[in-house]
Design a protein around this ligand. Structure first.
Ligand code: SAM
Ligand code: SF4
Length: 457
């Protein structure tokens, strides 16, 4: 397969040049068009990316807020990462787990330890996990990952496990599918080949094409919820954001389903990182712009924000289009039991607990959701996208968010969170316009109060 057909660097440079030439009036028209919630072309996204005008910036953010509200309402999905291993044979210059870091305390959890860790996460009140590990064929092979998924589903109250792991062969993806993976996430880090080569000097990750084509193999194996992204800071974000959108467009054309999620990791300091400074610093302002452009270009794609970002910025980004956030995260294996800074992948920035995070989300008028319904009702891939585009999903989602948040408050909420949460639930119920769904939601809420669990539409 010619991977230059997926990411055509020449075309990206051409888009950048044409984007620069777009006038302010034209860009403002593009933003107006984006408010119709049908997405934007690569050319239009490039014009937004290349514009530095302050008025354009403000209307871009305003439009992103509008589209986020139209498509997602006030919901924010909550998850936590679970690191099963920090052992890795790759040498990504920016990562604390890289093989050349001789100071890191290396650890791979066995299945029992992984379940223990998952239980600690459940005790905080989470229902969704992102399983993460380094790449070491002796330690984090496919059986390590599938055993973890099987055991967590069987022995804990976790209802959906997404996985962020090294690219693999179709046969191994099939195994992941068989044990009930949610989304398979893989970040290209940078789509710029020359930079990619410099950043990944050795190990299997140095093969750009094998990484790029992981999405094809996962899809071939039947995994149709796929997540992509770049590590912001490695190369010029304008190039990498456009390349991410190009990859997304390619997926949409080839598989009839674009990425389920886009993640927006921004480079953080890491122990023994070989990068003494961020090669292409992305300012907070540019970061907001990136989130807004993703939201306008791909209105139905989830945008995932981790605790790499500081609290105040995270709160602001909720408004601009982020639809999933992690909370209370640890990036070292076993970290929810005992914290070991010397075993972490990178420094997190938002250290707030899940409870604190939920209260902030409520204060902002957002509705935390622990929903895992779509995946369990087989609404994945194309089926999910079709529903999402018809906006029906929006109605179910609001109800499911209310139901799962109510469960959370009853089972894990402290007094303060319950008070804020219950008020928000009252308000959110009123936003359900479909009378039948409203009545059904009230009935299910009552059942939850009476002790039933895991009710969803
Ligand atoms: N090892 C697998 C891989 O590289 O694909 C999967 C998990 S890796 C632990 C998850 C992601 O962490 C990477 O894809 C990278 O984008 C991100 N990451 C690595 N070092 C980072 C750093 N210093 N700051 C922020 N994110 C980082
Ligand atoms: Fe290993 Fe992934 Fe870190 Fe690279 S980013 S060193 S592959 S854990």
């Amino acid at each position: 397969m010619n991977t230059h057909e997926i990411i055509n660097e020449e075309k990206i440079h051409q888009l950048i040049n044409e984007g620069k030439a777009t006038t302010k009036e034209e860009v403002l028209e593009i933003i107006e068009k984006a408010r119709e919630c049908h997405g934007l072309s690569l050319e239009e996204a490039a014009s937004l990316l290349m514009n530095e005008d302050e008025e354009v910036f403000n209307s871009l953010l305003e439009a992103a807020r509008y589209v986020k509200d139209e498509i997602y309402g006030k919901r924010v999905v909550i998850f936590a990462p679970l690191y099963t291993s920090n052992e890795c044979t790759n040498n990504c210059l920016y990562c604390g787990f890289r093989v050349a870091n001789k100071h890191l305390h290396r650890k791979t959890l066995n299945t029992d330890e992984t379940v223990k860790e998952a239980k600690r996460i459940v005790e905080q009140g989470h229902k969704r996990l992102l399983l993460v590990c380094g790449e070491d064929q002796r330690k984090t092979h496919i059986d390590h990952i599938t055993a973890a998924l099987e055991a967590i589903y069987k022995e804990t109250d976790i209802r959906r496990i997404n996985v962020n792991a090294a690219p693999m062969e179709v046969e191994d993806f099939k195994k992941l599918k068989a044990v009930g993976i949610g989304t398979y996430q893989i970040f290209q880090e940078t789509y710029h080949r020359e930079t990619y080569k410099k950043m990944h000097p050795s190990g299997s990750k140095s093969d750009y094409d094998y990484r790029l084509t992981a999405i094809e193999r996962a899809f071939e194996a039947g995994i149709d919820d796929l997540g992509i992204g770049v590590l912001l800071g490695l190369y010029d974000y304008r190039f990498d954001v456009l390349a991410t959108l190009m990859h997304s467009q390619y997926m949409d054309e080839k598989f009839h389903v674009g990425p389920h999620t886009i993640s927006i990791p921004r480079l953080r300091p890491a122990m023994d990182s070989a990068l003494k400074e961020v090669p292409h610093e992305v300012s907070d302002k540019d970061f907001k712009k990136i989130v807004a452009i993703y939201r306008l270009t791909l209105p139905y794609t989830g945008i995932i924000l981790s605790t790499r970002e500081p609290a105040a910025l995270r709160d602001e980004l909720l408004n601009l289009g982020v639809s999933q956030v992690s909370a209370g995260s640890k990036t070292n294996p076993g970290g929810y039991g005992e914290s070991d800074e010397e075993a972490a992948q990178f420094e997190t920035s938002d250290e707030r607990s899940l409870g604190e995070m939920l209260r902030v989300i409520c204060d902002q008028g957002y509705l935390p959701s622990f929903c895992t319904a779509c995946y369990r009702a087989n609404r994945t891939g194309e089926a999910f996208m079709n529903l999402a585009k018809e906006a029906e999903i929006h109605e179910f989602c609001q109800s499911n968010a209310i139901l799962t948040f109510k469960e959370h408050l009853l089972d894990y909420g402290d007094e303060e969170t319950r008070e804020k949460g219950n008020k928000l639930i009252e308000k959110s119920l009123k936003e359900i316009n479909n009378e039948k769904l409203y009545q059904l939601t009230l009935e299910r809420l009552k059942e939850i109060e009476e002790g039933k669990r895991d009710l969803f539409f």
